[in-house]
Design a protein around this ligand. Sequence first.
Ligand SMILES: Nc1ncnc2c1ncn2[C@@H]1O[C@H](COP(=O)(O)OP(=O)(O)O)[C@@H](O)[C@H]1O
Ligand SMILES: O=C(O)C1=C[C@@H](OP(=O)(O)O)[C@@H](O)[C@H](O)C1
Ligand SMILES: [Mg+2]
Length: 419
Amino acid sequence: MNQNSALTPFGLLGKTLGHSYSPQIHNALGNPHYVLYERAPQELTEFLAQPELKGLNVTIPYKKDVMSACQTLSDAAKHIGAVNTMVRQTDGSWYGHNTDYDGFIYMLEWAGINIKDQKVIVLGNGATAHTIHVALIDLGAREIIHLSRKTEPFYSEAATFGADADVLINATPVGTYPNCPEALISLDDFPQLKGVADVIYNPYRTALLIDAERRNIPYTDGLPMLIGQAVAAAKLFMQKDFEPEATETIIRQMRHQQENIVLIGMPGVGKTTVGTALAKQLQRPFIDCDDEFEKRYCHPGEYIATHGEPAFREKETALLAKLCKTTGAIIATGGGVVTQSVNYPILRQNGRIYWIRRPLENLAVDGRPLSQGGLSRLKSLYAVRQPLYDAFSQCAFDIVNPNDGAQHIEEEYHAHFNS
Ligand SMILES: Nc1ncnc2c1ncn2[C@@H]1O[C@H](COP(=O)(O)OP(=O)(O)O)[C@@H](O)[C@H]1O
Ligand SMILES: O=C(O)C1=C[C@@H](OP(=O)(O)O)[C@@H](O)[C@H](O)C1
Ligand SMILES: [Mg+2]
């Protein structure tokens, strides 16, 4: 190492870190001196002995290993048996705490999910589930049941334990990018739920959360937990308090950056045209699902004419599942995506869905086999699809001209994240 290059005082310690939001979050909290530290197990002791290090977050697989390097431990860290935050004390020793605990409690508060005297079902029995368990006891849960794959009770027993459960928490990685959408269970087995929380933050909405959203059950994804734990760590690192708005602003900003704009609507209504304009305005990537289909197979119209619509729908869903894992993009779909209910969680997981409308008389029909047969054919297609577009979308816009339409959608999108 260069003699003059000082070690950055704050960071995240782990074995293989890949992409992490932590530097971005700490930066937003006013700490530009936060980096990723990937270290092998045999390097840990020497690494932690460096006096330039002032504060660390710790991730798998080291949350237990670093405990022996901490002279003092918080009660939460002791009860949980894991440390995710280390703070250098004035005497040079390390203090170990667990801000995942704080982040979890923050997430529930943020979502308005009450735990006191409630029956809580936790999916999973691993390290995260254990941290959550300790927090749930401290919050006064009446009963906590962990469903798991390896030890009883199993996920298959959800109906037995879920009948009178108040809160459901997913503490497993099932449904995390890139294996999304995927859920361990259906909420059919939990008829009394008052809240659902998922520790996963990529995708933004797991299949479990989309299920909760559909049933109007209050829910939260794991981003408030991630940011809540970072803020709790930053308080210790920087020895300062943060206004509650600071945390809320970061949550909102990250969502704003990441949420896709998804366009649905009748064939020929202008999804591709409006999507192109939106991508340009917002300087975000544009994905046209029909174009992507054509790159891999052939023009969608030609595919339907040759192989039939069911074969097209199957290929289209598989392709959508790949394309819609992305974040921060503008996505124009093919007009028929709403005919397959399985497409809803795919589009919704990272997206706000806009239904764009124009009078049927004005729709483009060229190269669109399902739109052939004149206005009466379009009317019957619309009769079937209109309730589906309505159910799939969070917003609807009547578009007179594509640029104005893009402008209105952009305004709604920004307002949604700034309210
Ligand atoms: N609001 C609009 N007013 C008039 N013509 C439009 C409008 N939106 C799109 N068009 C035109 O309609 C045709 C089909 O638009 P396109 O974006 O390909 O629709 P979609 O992707 O929904 O099938 C294009 O020729 C486009 O220029
Ligand atoms: O409405 C439909 O079922 C279809 C619409 C087309 O996309 P556009 O909506 O872009 O025309 C294309 O996906 C395919 O021909 C099927
Ligand atoms: Mg199109």
